[in-house]
Design a protein around this ligand. Sequence first.
Ligand code: SF4
Length: 342
Amino acid sequence: MSVTSEFAFELRVCQWAERAWEPTDESTVLVARQLGTKYRRWDTVIIECDPDGLRERAEFGAEAFDSDLLHVLQHAPSDWTYYRDALPDPGYPWRYVRESIHEAADRDALDTRKRSNRIEIRRKRPYPDWLRRIVAIENKPDLTASAARDLAPQLERDVALSLADEVWVATAATDERVEPILLADLPAAAGVLTVDPESGTAEALWQPRSLSVDDPGTRILDRPDDDHSAARFEYVEQDWKRERRLALAERAYERGWRAYADTMRPDCRHFQLRADETGAYPYCAAKECVPTAAECRGACPSYEPEPPVWRSMGWPLDGGPGKEIKRLLARRRRRQRPGLSE
Ligand code: SF4
């Protein structure tokens, strides 16, 4: 794959991470892209999972649970109990909890019944402790001195908040070495990874520090440019971090990094899924490159719908190549999530 955009580079990093990331404690690795919180979105996210826990998580299905649903599932009792006696005060109105209870029951994740006009709940199975570590990667294929300076405040925020266990910057390997002066602009706690886009290999140039995810964090709200004014901070509790981390891992579980096909146009006759020794990637035969998600859409001037004959008699697969590409990517995503049924 020739890497012509940040998006193409991001796919390379995801492929490498899925294939070659070395987790601690023999964890199982899940990779996702473009995930984070309302305040911050990372390009690539690696989730290190407890292998048994991940298999048990699969019993709850492929769809993610948000924090409200997780609140219910994590506290659901093994015996029938009135929901308000079973669940800790959520800190928001109980009617939202009732909505989550019904949604969990609809998704077959919780048993419910009514006794004397009260909703009682009982867990179907314990929600497992499957998340071990979160590794966040910011992709900057072209890490120039000014890009490093622009990136530094973001990384400092990541380190101060410590929502991820490790924070990295991934840059494209070139024949020239990354200048030490450039690394000096980045916080020492963040790692630097050089990725060779052609071979799909990567090398750690600077190891990151493990961040204190179990301690309270600090959200940097405002950092003045001059050295004289004080920065503004906000204290972030451990519970908030624990909740966000699990919700983020849930979204990574559902989406993975191959969800790009959902926002691109695999039903365009020029859209192809190509493969090289490092993995499969989207390719536009009209533009002869990896199209970005922003350009590969219905408004693309070169978009042409796949001919109807591809979807019927002339094509051996149900729904035509566009649908088959989506199915193929979904199958590959599922392969990384042991225990999920087809
Ligand atoms: S022509 Fe446009 S819509 Fe079609 S595959 Fe290429 S980028 Fe996507």
